[in-house]
Design a protein around this ligand. Structure first.
Ligand code: SF4
Length: 449
């Protein structure tokens, strides 16, 4: 097995787009230092797992992938980084097979630890930090294994939502400089990537800490105005933005832009103003409805996605129905539904009015059904329209898939010449798998004659 130890590295990412951007950047650091990237189930010299702390199964998922690594190569070194590593370093270092745990401050210095790292007998070595020390910004973007690239423009968060541990795992709100974001975006488009997804923790707060100080040098609007001028970028998608930080000017810029796509993902969390107060969210349902109305006014065909939490302490049946009815009446396109789960060191964990798990699950199911109804209704409005589709590289049983700018998932028979290409096609019919078939140019011509 000697060849195994000649510098091979495998990566696995849990969690959000930001984690994918950071893993991809760390992978580029290792490959430029001579490591060869291999898949996670292959024997490798080192396995790197980038973890998440939002999901309640963060620990179980982390343990599962450590086991996977140990199965692929029992002598392989295992390094854990990411949000869970920052929040629970001791707990992770005790997982059998783990050799190194790096906190938010050290994760980008991984190379400086690898050469002297040896397989540990019991506990992994920890290089963690107080989260306040992680007050600097490291730019990142994902490239290589997906059709679109995730571009990190902001990190951390200064908000204090009562159910959230992200500020504890990622630190204060801070941003990349506009120059550096533009440079990264240009680099990405020069590598042939047609779509960039702007990502961060609270990207609407962009500009804070841009040059290491607490105030805003620039705003999110400044950032997207600048990016809108960059030649060579086909599509830019805004990953998720807080409703109170989504200004009219940003919505209007997207409406006029040739690059920014008409797709907004806006966390709501609850339709009950009482619960929004308890969550310490920075808006009420009225502002949210106003943002949606503004988007629909200037971009009637845009896609609007919503994050919502069910089962938050104090969510009586009446308050849950307030959320349900609010969403049912809102002209939105789909929901991401999260079941509230207690997180240590959050205010919400001390709150009264705990909702039994089975009831949380029942409400989650109700909102997922509503989400499917909303999505199909939105897709229905797009049938018959000719829209640009960016095709992905996967061939799934002879079919390939892609997204329109307004996030309609479409399918067609696999054609290698269409991979990573943007094609204008007529949306035809909703298929049984919930994606939309398209009329090829020829069929489109026939349909016209
Ligand atoms: S805005 Fe709230 S929910 Fe989002 S990361 Fe910040 S504290 Fe967490």
């Amino acid at each position: 097995m000697e060849h195994l130890h000649s510098k091979t590295a495998a990566f696995h990412t849990l969690g959000c787009k930001l984690n994918f951007a950071e893993t991809s950047t760390i992978a580029r650091q290792l490959t430029s230092a001579g490591y060869q990237k291999v898949s996670f189930d292959e024997p490798a010299h080192v396995y790197i797992i980038n973890t998440c702390s939002v999901t309640e199964n963060a620990d179980r998922e982390c343990k599962f992938h450590v086991k996977r690594a140990m199965k692929a190569n029992p002598d392989g070194l295992v390094v854990i980084l990411g949000c869970y590593a920052q929040l629970k370093p001791e707990e992770i270092s005790a997982i059998t097979g783990v050799d190194l745990v790096l906190g938010a401050k050290e994760k980008f210095n991984i190379l400086s630890y690898l050469d002297d790292l040896e397989k540990s007998e019991s506990h992994g070595i920890i290089h963690s930090c107080e989260i306040d020390e992680a007050d600097f910004f490291i730019g990142s973007y994902s490239i290589g294994d997906r059709t679109r690239a995730f571009l990190k423009v902001q990190d951390g968060c200064d908000y204090k939502c009562t159910y959230c541990t992200i500020p504890l795992a990622r630190g204060i709100s801070r941003s990349d400089t506009i120059e550096s974001v533009v440079k990264n975006a240009t680099e990405i488009s020069q590598k042939g990537i047609k779509e960039i997804v702007l990502t961060g923790v609270n990207i609407g707060d962009y500009g804070k800490g841009e040059f290491g100080n607490k105030k805003h040098e620039h705003t999110f609007l400044d950032l997207i105005s600048e990016l809108d001028q960059v030649d060579g970028i086909e599509r830019i998608r805004i990953s998720s933005i807080e409703p109170n930080l989504l200004k009219n000017e940003s919505i209007e810029l997207v409406a006029k832009s040739k690059r920014f796509v008409p797709h907004f993902h806006i966390p709501l969390q609850s339709g009950s103003d009482d619960l929004l107060k308890k969550m310490k969210r920075r808006y009420m349902s009225g502002l949210y409805a106003d943002r949606v109305a503004k988007i629909r006014e200037v971009m009637p065909d845009s896609c609007i996605g919503v994050d919502v939490i069910v089962g938050f302490p104090g969510e009586t049946e009446e308050k849950f129905l307030e959320t349900y009815n609010f969403l049912n009446e809102l002209p939105i396109s789909y929901l991401h539904v999260f079941t509230y789960s207690e997180r240590e060191n959050t205010e919400a964990v001390e709150m009264e009015g705990v909702i039994p798990i089975p009831e949380r699950k029942r409400r989650n199911k109700m909102l997922r059904i509503l989400s499917e109804k909303k999505k199909m209704a939105f897709y229905q409005t797009q049938l018959g329209k000719t829209l640009p589709v960016l095709w992905e590289h996967e061939n799934k049983n002879g079919l390939m898939f892609g997204f329109t700018e307004n996030y309609v998932r479409v399918q067609k028979p696999f054609d290698i010449n269409s991979v990573n290409e943007i094609e204008y096609l007529k949306l035809h019919k909703i298929q049984s798998d919930g994606t939309v078939s398209v009329l090829a140019a020829f069929e489109n011509f026939l349909a016209k004659v």
